[in-house]
Structure formats: structure tokens, C-alpha cells
Design a protein around this ligand. Structure first.
Ligand SMILES: Cc1ncc(COP(=O)(O)O)c(C=O)c1O
Length: 365
């Protein structure tokens, strides 16, 4: 009997997460120089890191031989001040993906279940299955969350409900009032993970303050990231805000040094750089408008998006994706989400968006 066969069945049956294709990989495969490749596949920040975060990261590199502060005192202090929460409510993660994992580690036993929407973030089922727990996937409504159906799907085994708002990969958005009303009806012993990875891209009229609901709903966990709008995807940094009892449990199971010394320093500087954040959001608004008007012109339907990406129906997603790759443009096929006719495209800089539109036009011809 092999050692691999001794791994639990729920681990052996997992399918790994499919990330966006790295630029270097496409360059190796096609011979296209890396500098000529446009990657719009992983919802990364097209401006890179904020200049202030870069300076802080470079300075922190000097301390690279030291362990980071496992309790992330300075970063938590910055977050607590920015959002008016207590440091005891915070958990820091190696990206917000880490927080999703930590939440399942802290709250799921084999046989428990989680509830999430069809066409929602791929890590929810992965993290659930890795704990030997069961997924209750609820049919989407207009490619987004059907909160009424999700509520009805909760059963005695349910420990976590995941809600991504805006959602990835469909970009759909739920008004804050609907989530608040949902929280009022969810059993209080079920943790609701509100994943706000793309919240910084929301226009003012769509914003809501979920952190302010925690006092009323101690079963709410708000998860956020600095990997998208703040541009720290490669450094990995996220945080969650919850009731201190929930944070305490999560802090017991996370790795003691799960946020690097460089990520913590860059994160503190990034949080202060509101000018950069504004520039990023503005570019996103313009880019999203440009891509969607091009889709309309090309006769393609798309899902109205509240994130830094847009999902477009191209017919044969795999074929169009191949044709784009040949032209040095990487986007994200989402057949794995059950959407084989669609491609998800991250918003880039204006010239990257134009490269994509031109390549798409050629691919469709
Ligand atoms: C909805 C959602 N949540 C969480 C994440 C995790 O991002 P990160 O770990 O980079 O913070 C992503 C990344 O794609 C996402 O789309």
C-alpha cells in the first residue's frame, strides 16, 4: 500500500486550485518575450504596488533575517485606527485566502457543512473539502447569490456560510441592506464569512459598513485583502474583522508567522496611501466602461461587474482563450466554475485593455 493511498479520502479527491497562467510560463511556451505579454487573468493591480508600500517593503527587507511580529501589532494598530475596530477583533492572513482557510480550520469538523453560491469563489469548496466537511452549493440567481435560497439551505450541520461581495468570478453585487437582512435571519451559531476582497472598487453609492454590524451579529466575519486594490498580491496580505471570540479561535490555529515582515511593513504604508487607492479605483472605472462598450460593439454579452474584472460570453471559451494566448494575452477561462462559454478579464491599464480588445476582435473573427 502506498503512502499516498493512506491520505484521507477527502484529501485524495481534492482538485487543486487553478491559478491564472503566469507570464513566464506563456513566454516559455510561445517564445513571446515577457515584456510583450499582457496578463489580465488574476485580478491583480495593473499599477503594481503603491510607491509608499514599495519603499516600506524595501526597508523591511533589511530585517529579513528576523521573524515578523507574529501578532502584527503595528499593522493591527493601523487597521484598528482606520476602521474604528479593536485590535482583538483582527486576524492577519497570508492573503485573504489564508483567512478563509483559517476560518474553516477553526470552525469545521468532518461531517459539518458550509453553504455558498454556485459561481462563487473556488476556495470555498476547496477549504471545506480539505476539512472533511460537506459543501452545500446553492443555485445562483442571475449569476449571483440567492440569499433566500442560501438561508433555506442551511441545516443542522452548517457551520459556515460564505458570501463574496462583490462576487468572483461573476462580479455580481448584493446591496448591504440585503446582507444585513440575511444576517438577522441566519442562526446565530452559524459563522457568516463576508468576503469583501473587491470592496475598494465599489463606487460610493454601493458602499456599506459591514464591520459596524458585528456588534449586533457576533457570528459575522468580514474578510478583506491588500492583494487587489492595494497591490500586494505577490507579498500576500489580508485581514479579517470579527467578534473577539471568533478572532481568538482563528488566531489559535493560524501559523504563528503567517504574514511576512515585508508584507506587514508594506501593508501599513499601503493603508495610508489613499491617493494611490483613488487612482486605482478611477482607472478601474474607466477600464471597465471601455471593455464593456467594446463587448457591446462586438455583440458579446457580459455580466455587469462591481469588481476589477468583467466576465464576458465568447461562445467557446477554451478556443477563444487559446487564440488570445497566441497573441500574448492571458485572461481567465472559467469552465472550472461551470461557465465554459465565458472568460473573465481583469481590468488593466488603458494600453493593456486596448491590447486585449484588439486580440479579442481577432480571436472572434
Ligand atoms: C472573492 C475572493 N476572495 C478571496 C480571494 C483571495 O485573495 P488573496 O488571498 O490574494 O487576498 C480572492 C482572490 O482571487 C477572491 O476573488
Amino acid at each position: 500500500m502506498s503512502v499516498a493511498s493512506r491520505a484521507p479520502a477527502h484529501i485524495r479527491s481534492l482538485s487543486p486550485y487553478q491559478p491564472g497562467k503566469p507570464i513566464a510560463e506563456l513566454s516559455r511556451e510561445t517564445g513571446i518575450p515577457e515584456a510583450d505579454i499582457v496578463k489580465l487573468a488574476s485580478n491583480e493591480n495593473p499599477f503594481g504596488m503603491s510607491p509608499r508600500a514599495k519603499v516600506a517593503a524595501a526597508a523591511a527587507l533589511e530585517e529579513g533575517a528576523r521573524y515578523p511580529d507574529g501578532n502584527a501589532f503595528a499593522l493591527k494598530d493601523a487597521l484598528a485606527k482606520k476602521y474604528g475596530v479593536d485590535a482583538a477583533q483582527l486576524v492577519i492572513g497570508n492573503g485573504s485566502n489564508d483567512l478563509l482557510e483559517i476560518a474553516t480550520q477553526a470552525f469545521l469538523s468532518p461531517g459539518d457543512s458550509t453553504v455558498f453560491a454556485q459561481y462563487s469563489f473556488a476556495v470555498y469548496p476547496l477549504a471545506t473539502l480539505a476539512r472533511g466537511a460537506r459543501c452545500i452549493q446553492v443555485a445562483a440567481k442571475n449569476y449571483g447569490h440567492d440569499l433566500e435560497a442560501m438561508l433555506a439551505a442551511i441545516d443542522a450541520s452548517t457551520r459556515i456560510v460564505f458570501i463574496a461581495n462583490p462576487n468572483n468570478p461573476t462580479g455580481t453585487f448584493l446591496p448591504g441592506s440585503e446582507i444585513e437582512a440575511f444576517l438577522a435571519r441566519v442562526p446565530q451559531d452559524v459563522l457568516v464569512v463576508l468576503d469583501e476582497a473587491y470592496t475598494e472598487f465599489l463606487p460610493a453609492e454601493k458602499r456599506y459598513d459591514a464591520m459596524g454590524w458585528i456588534a449586533r451579529f457576533p457570528n459575522l466575519l468580514v474578510s478583506r485583502t491588500l492583494c487587489k486594490a492595494y497591490g500586494l498580491a505577490g507579498l500576500r496580505l489580508g485581514y479579517s474583522v470579527s467578534h473577539p471570540e471568533v478572532a481568538d479561535l482563528m488566531n489559535r490555529v493560524r501559523q504563528p508567522f503567517n504574514a511576512s515582515i515585508i508584507a506587514q511593513a508594506a501593508g501599513i504604508a499601503a493603508l495610508e496611501d489613499s491617493e494611490f487607492l483613488q487612482k486605482v479605483a478611477e482607472n478601474n472605472r474607466h477600464g471597465l466602461a471601455r471593455l464593456t462598450s467594446a463587448f457591446t460593439e462586438l455583440g458579446l454579452s457580459f455580466l455587469p461587474s462591481s469588481g476589477n474584472f468583467v466576465t464576458v460570453r465568447v461562445g467557446d471559451g477554451a478556443k477563444i482563450n487559446q487564440a488570445l494566448l497566441k497573441q500574448g494575452v492571458i485572461v481567465r477561462p472559467i469552465a472550472g466554475y461551470g461557465l465554459p462559454e465565458w472568460l473573465r478579464v481583469s481590468i488593466g491599464l488603458p494600453d493593456e485593455n486596448e491590447r486585449f480588445i484588439a486580440a479579442l476582435r481577432k480571436a472572434l473573427a
